[in-house]
Design a protein around this ligand. Structure first.
Ligand code: CMP
Length: 135
Protein backbone atom coordinates (compact mmCIF):
# COMPACT_ATOMS: atom_id res chain seq x y z
CA UNK A 1 0.00 0.00 0.00
CA UNK A 2 1.43 3.38 -1.04
CA UNK A 3 0.36 6.73 0.41
CA UNK A 4 0.40 10.21 -1.11
CA UNK A 5 -0.43 13.76 -0.02
CA UNK A 6 -3.00 15.73 -1.99
CA UNK A 7 -4.00 19.37 -1.62
CA UNK A 8 -7.08 20.94 -3.15
CA UNK A 9 -5.70 24.46 -3.49
CA UNK A 10 -7.59 27.67 -2.63
CA UNK A 11 -8.97 27.97 -6.18
CA UNK A 12 -10.57 24.51 -5.94
CA UNK A 13 -12.03 25.14 -2.49
CA UNK A 14 -13.41 28.57 -3.54
CA UNK A 15 -15.02 27.07 -6.65
CA UNK A 16 -16.74 24.39 -4.52
CA UNK A 17 -15.43 21.48 -6.58
CA UNK A 18 -13.92 19.49 -3.66
CA UNK A 19 -16.70 16.89 -3.89
CA UNK A 20 -16.21 16.37 -7.62
CA UNK A 21 -12.44 16.04 -7.17
CA UNK A 22 -12.72 13.60 -4.24
CA UNK A 23 -15.16 11.47 -6.23
CA UNK A 24 -12.53 10.93 -8.91
CA UNK A 25 -9.99 9.58 -6.42
CA UNK A 26 -12.54 7.42 -4.62
CA UNK A 27 -13.94 6.06 -7.88
CA UNK A 28 -10.41 4.93 -8.75
CA UNK A 29 -10.29 2.92 -5.51
CA UNK A 30 -8.03 5.19 -3.47
CA UNK A 31 -8.80 5.37 0.24
CA UNK A 32 -8.93 8.60 2.28
CA UNK A 33 -6.78 8.01 5.38
CA UNK A 34 -6.70 11.54 6.84
CA UNK A 35 -8.20 14.90 5.90
CA UNK A 36 -8.39 18.50 7.09
CA UNK A 37 -9.47 21.92 5.83
CA UNK A 38 -6.99 24.53 6.94
CA UNK A 39 -5.67 28.01 6.38
CA UNK A 40 -2.04 27.26 5.52
CA UNK A 41 0.50 29.01 7.75
CA UNK A 42 3.21 30.84 5.74
CA UNK A 43 5.98 28.70 7.32
CA UNK A 44 4.23 25.49 6.26
CA UNK A 45 3.79 26.80 2.69
CA UNK A 46 7.48 27.75 2.47
CA UNK A 47 8.55 24.35 3.79
CA UNK A 48 6.16 22.52 1.46
CA UNK A 49 7.55 24.36 -1.58
CA UNK A 50 11.18 24.41 -0.34
CA UNK A 51 12.47 22.80 -3.55
CA UNK A 52 11.23 25.86 -5.47
CA UNK A 53 12.69 28.48 -3.12
CA UNK A 54 15.21 29.73 -5.71
CA UNK A 55 12.65 29.95 -8.53
CA UNK A 56 11.30 33.35 -9.58
CA UNK A 57 7.72 32.26 -8.89
CA UNK A 58 8.36 31.09 -5.29
CA UNK A 59 6.75 34.18 -3.72
CA UNK A 60 3.63 33.80 -5.87
CA UNK A 61 3.39 30.10 -5.01
CA UNK A 62 3.44 30.84 -1.29
CA UNK A 63 1.03 33.77 -1.66
CA UNK A 64 -1.41 31.63 -3.61
CA UNK A 65 -1.43 28.57 -1.34
CA UNK A 66 -1.94 30.83 1.69
CA UNK A 67 -4.66 32.95 -0.01
CA UNK A 68 -7.55 30.83 1.30
CA UNK A 69 -8.45 27.48 2.82
CA UNK A 70 -6.85 24.32 1.44
CA UNK A 71 -8.30 20.79 1.72
CA UNK A 72 -5.37 18.50 2.59
CA UNK A 73 -5.65 14.72 2.63
CA UNK A 74 -3.73 11.48 2.53
CA UNK A 75 -4.76 8.91 -0.06
CA UNK A 76 -3.72 5.26 0.05
CA UNK A 77 -3.72 2.48 -2.52
CA UNK A 78 -1.50 0.42 -4.76
CA UNK A 79 0.64 2.83 -6.86
CA UNK A 80 -1.15 5.76 -5.21
CA UNK A 81 1.56 8.33 -6.10
CA UNK A 82 1.47 7.66 -9.85
CA UNK A 83 -2.27 7.05 -10.00
CA UNK A 84 -3.07 10.38 -8.35
CA UNK A 85 -0.70 12.27 -10.64
CA UNK A 86 -2.39 10.68 -13.67
CA UNK A 87 -5.83 11.65 -12.35
CA UNK A 88 -4.54 15.22 -11.72
CA UNK A 89 -3.01 15.64 -15.20
CA UNK A 90 0.06 17.64 -16.25
CA UNK A 91 1.19 20.50 -13.96
CA UNK A 92 0.53 23.00 -16.74
CA UNK A 93 -3.22 22.74 -17.50
CA UNK A 94 -2.50 23.61 -21.14
CA UNK A 95 -0.79 20.20 -21.41
CA UNK A 96 -3.25 18.30 -19.21
CA UNK A 97 -5.43 15.82 -21.07
CA UNK A 98 -9.17 16.27 -21.09
CA UNK A 99 -10.63 13.99 -18.43
CA UNK A 100 -7.89 14.79 -15.92
CA UNK A 101 -8.65 17.24 -13.09
CA UNK A 102 -6.40 19.99 -14.46
CA UNK A 103 -7.52 19.22 -18.02
CA UNK A 104 -11.14 19.70 -16.99
CA UNK A 105 -10.96 22.45 -14.35
CA UNK A 106 -7.85 24.62 -14.87
CA UNK A 107 -6.46 27.08 -17.38
CA UNK A 108 -3.19 28.32 -15.88
CA UNK A 109 -0.16 26.89 -14.05
CA UNK A 110 -0.52 29.20 -11.04
CA UNK A 111 -4.16 28.17 -10.40
CA UNK A 112 -4.00 24.48 -11.16
CA UNK A 113 -6.52 23.29 -8.52
CA UNK A 114 -4.57 20.39 -7.00
CA UNK A 115 -1.16 19.41 -5.73
CA UNK A 116 0.05 15.83 -5.25
CA UNK A 117 3.36 14.36 -4.10
CA UNK A 118 5.68 13.56 -7.02
CA UNK A 119 7.41 10.48 -5.52
CA UNK A 120 7.16 8.05 -2.63
CA UNK A 121 9.92 9.97 -0.81
CA UNK A 122 8.17 13.33 -1.33
CA UNK A 123 4.94 11.76 -0.11
CA UNK A 124 6.56 10.66 3.16
CA UNK A 125 8.01 14.16 3.67
CA UNK A 126 4.79 15.97 2.76
CA UNK A 127 2.51 13.69 4.83
CA UNK A 128 4.72 14.30 7.85
CA UNK A 129 4.64 18.06 7.16
CA UNK A 130 0.87 18.41 6.76
CA UNK A 131 -0.18 15.63 9.16
CA UNK A 132 2.48 15.45 11.89
CA UNK A 133 -0.09 13.66 14.07
CA UNK A 134 -0.69 10.93 11.45
CA UNK A 135 0.66 7.41 12.32
P1 CMP B 1 2.25 22.03 -7.60
O1 CMP B 1 1.94 20.61 -7.95
O2 CMP B 1 1.57 22.63 -6.43
O3 CMP B 1 3.84 22.10 -7.34
C1 CMP B 1 4.57 23.27 -7.59
C2 CMP B 1 3.72 24.33 -8.22
O4 CMP B 1 4.47 25.37 -8.79
C3 CMP B 1 2.97 23.74 -9.38
O5 CMP B 1 1.94 22.92 -8.87
C4 CMP B 1 2.52 24.98 -10.12
O6 CMP B 1 1.33 25.51 -9.57
C5 CMP B 1 3.67 25.92 -9.81
N1 CMP B 1 4.59 26.12 -10.94
C6 CMP B 1 5.39 25.23 -11.49
N2 CMP B 1 6.11 25.80 -12.48
C7 CMP B 1 5.72 27.10 -12.53
C8 CMP B 1 6.09 28.20 -13.33
N3 CMP B 1 7.01 28.08 -14.31
N4 CMP B 1 5.48 29.38 -13.11
C9 CMP B 1 4.57 29.50 -12.12
N5 CMP B 1 4.17 28.48 -11.32
C10 CMP B 1 4.74 27.29 -11.53
Amino acid sequence: MEETLVLIKPDGVKRQICGEILTRYERKGLIIKAMKLLQTPKELAEEHYAEHKDKPFFGELVDFITSGPVLAFVLAGKNAVTSVRTINGATNPVDATSGSIRGDYALTMDSNVVHASDSVDSAAREIHLWFPEYK
